[in-house]
Write a protein that binds this ligand. Structure first.
Ligand SMILES: [Zn+2]
Length: 198
């Protein structure tokens, strides 16, 4: 590992340079070889999960998938918020073009989306120089920022809702099974919220 980023105040290398420096070494040393696979998910699986840092490696290990096994989609909260947004499009492409047959929505306990406060987030925007006018203009144009940034009250309920959006989607073929799970971000234990085979 490279530790050139912060030298007690003197920044020697920025984050992007640190990544690129490491990357040159990674490619030269052919460290990619253990990861070589195809774009098709060997387990015919799509997983929608949260961007939480604790899940980066824990989730694939706890669910027993590795590079090449599954299509992995992530966002804040593992939420399908729009039936024709980019998350749903990714799932549809995974099913029709990449051969996925099972979809798992995997939320997690202790998700940051259950403690987000739209008012606070908007205050941070103002503090960073976004003007009141910009916010008013967006609201006038029909963007409801408070709803867009709204807190998730219950992860199991939100997983259930996302499963329902996917399962009842007009473009989703009937053979696709959609499951809802909640993972413990410490132990990796999975609780089943919706079993798509039942
Ligand atoms: Zn989360």
């Amino acid at each position: 590992m490279l530790h050139l980023f912060d030298n007690g105040g003197d920044i020697l290398v920025n984050r992007l340079e640190e990544i690129l420096l490491f990357n040159r070494h990674f490619v030269e040393q052919r460290e990619y070889e253990p990861f070589e696979t195809s774009k098709f998910p060997d387990k015919k699986l799509v997983v929608l999960s949260c961007m939480d840092t604790r899940l980066i490696e824990l989730l694939p290990h706890a669910m027993n998938f590795k590079n090449g096994d599954a299509k992995l989609i992530k966002n804040a909260g593992a939420i399908v918020s729009h039936p024709f947004g980019s998350i749903m499009r990714s799932i549809i492409v995974a099913v029709y073009d990449l051969g996925a047959e099972d979809v798992c929505v995997v939320g997690h306990y202790g998700c940051g989306m259950t403690s987000i406060d739209p008012e606070q987030t908007m205050q941070k925007m103002l503090d960073q120089g976004v003007s009141e006018d910009t916010i008013k203009t967006l609201e006038f144009a029909g963007v409801d920022l408070r709803a867009w940034l709204k807190r998730v009250e219950s992860i199991p309920d939100s997983v259930r809702e996302s499963v329902e959006v996917i399962r009842s989607h007009p473009l989703m073929p009937k053979y696709v099974k959609v499951h809802g799970l909640v993972i413990d971000p410490h132990t990796g234990q999975l609780d089943v919220v919706v079993n798509g085979y039942e």
